[in-house]
Design a protein around this ligand. Structure first.
Ligand code: DOR
Length: 428
């Protein structure tokens, strides 16, 4: 199958490319890039996609998703999660380890990879647990999982409370070339809390999670990264102080990178006022000052990556009272439209926004993605930055629809997602 993508604005920050050129894809690879491309007469006629008005980029990557299989298939399966990813414009996702069983052995890693291969489309890269059962006491089978295919380590969903264990994880990670992705939460401070601790939690009478619960762990992990030489990546940064700690860590030469999630730079704790459990997420929606600091961190490069933290939950689980409902929201199909708002508002240039979802995650994970070059694997995302999309539960590809953005109209829509030269999703 060959594809000719005509009329798009091709933006690839890895080579400073931002031009209206056509892209010709043959047998899964980029065969040519250029203005008004003519396919040689000797070649089979390609399928032509007219994408005028759209942006064509290296495939977007989401380095923070929960696909729930094995164990929680009522929330999501690998197949439905990857379909949601493709519909959201993602050609690759990292799947966290908080499945059941936990991805703490090569057997679970292999199962995830087999299921993803069977589903086809968007690529899945498994993340291995730091600790057995995410229990925080004993290191998981890190070497075995790496041979099976994990690309990073994380107990995400749970913090690694034991600093000694985190130190060991970083030492192994460093030796094996695996970054440690850290869910920063001091459980002693956060335990029992269900939303950001502040005036809104006080008014609502809900137990709070103070910003300090995140900050102290970000500080600890930057210290451990400095000590071990390991690469630590701070997940879902939500507080002003955490942004500042990462900034200072980078200034000091520590190998620290960070991600922010669209909900954390779009909503504040004010969104919780209606007690809508779709707003319950961990770390929680923070204050307006925190939101501004996260945006500033994205703008100045302190925050390297935009990641969704796609966390599907079944409607029966979210239809409980606020304290009982699980944390998390689906994000794969809203991430593009929500985060493009940063471009519309002038916080990021389009190439900066693209880099945070292509080159930056690929580089920090050491994955062969994030570039659109002749001879390279044809993973591409085509999106219309102006096309509006109304978020409706029934239209989502995810098995779950727990989103505080239902009913919102987002400006920017994924139009075609191409993985290894094949169309994994299209809305043309
Ligand atoms: O809100 C969250 N949901 N935060 C996490 O860290 C885990 C996630 C989940 O797995 O549901």
């Amino acid at each position: 199958m060959s594809l000719l993508i005509r009329g798009g604005r091709v933006v690839d920050p890895s080579q400073g490319l931002d031009r209206h050129v056509d892209v010709w894809i043959v047998e899964g690879k980029v065969a040519a890039l250029g203005a008004d491309l003519e396919v040689p007469k000797s070649a089979p006629p390609p399928r032509v996609l007219d994408v005028s008005g759209c942006v064509v980029t290296p495939g977007l990557m989401d380095m923070h998703t929960h696909l729930r299989e094995p164990g929680f298939e009522h929330k999501e399966t690998i197949a439905t999660g990857l379909a949601a990813a493709a519909a959201g414009g993602f050609t690759a996702v990292l799947a966290m380890a908080n499945t059941l069983p936990v991805n703490d052995t090569p057997a679970v890693t292999e199962l995830m990879m087999r299921r993803a291969a069977a589903a086809g489309g968007t690529r899945l890269y498994p993340v291995g647990a730091v600790s057995v059962g995410l229990a925080g006491t004993e290191l998981a089978e890190i070497g075995g999982m790496q041979r099976a295919g994990i690309v990073a380590l994380s107990d995400d969903g749970m913090p690694v409370m034991n600093a000694r264990l985190m130190r060991r994880a970083m030492e192994y990670g460093h030796m094996l070339g695996l970054p440690v992705l850290s869910h920063c939460e001091d459980y002693g401070l956060s335990h029992g809390g269900v939303m950001h601790e502040g005036t809104v939690s006080a008014a609502l009478g809900l137990p709070g999670i103070p910003a300090a619960a995140e900050n102290v762990m970000v500080y600890r992990d930057i210290q451990l990264a400095a000590m071990t030489g390991a690469h630590v990546h701070i997940q879902h940064v939500s507080t002003a102080e955490a942004v500042d700690l990462v900034r200072r860590g980078k200034d000091q030469g520590v190998r620290v990178t960070a991600e922010a999630c669209p909900h954390h730079f779009t909503l504040t704790d004010e969104a919780v006022r209606q007690y809508d459990t779709h707003t319950k997420v961990n770390p929680p929606l923070r204050s307006a000052a925190d939101v501004e600091a996260v945006k500033a961190g994205l703008k100045d490069g302190t925050i390297d990556v935009i990641a969704s933290d796609h966390a599907p939950h079944h409607v029966s689980e979210k239809e409980q009272d606020y304290t009982a409902a699980p944390s998390g929201m689906v994000g794969l199909e809203t991430s593009l439209g929500l985060s493009l708002q940063l471009v519309h508002e002038g916080y990021l240039s389009l190439p900066q926004w693209i880099a945070k979802q292509t080159l930056n995650p690929a580089q920090l994970l050491g994955l062969p993605h994030g570039r659109l070059e002749i001879g390279g694997v044809a993973d591409l995302t085509i999106f219309d930055p102006e096309r509006e999309q109304v978020i409706e539960a029934g239209a989502l590809h995810s098995r779950s629809s727990n989103s505080p953005f239902l009913g919102w109209t987002l400006r920017g829509t994924a139009m075609v997602t191409i993985v290894a030269g094949k169309v994994a999703f299209e809305r043309l």
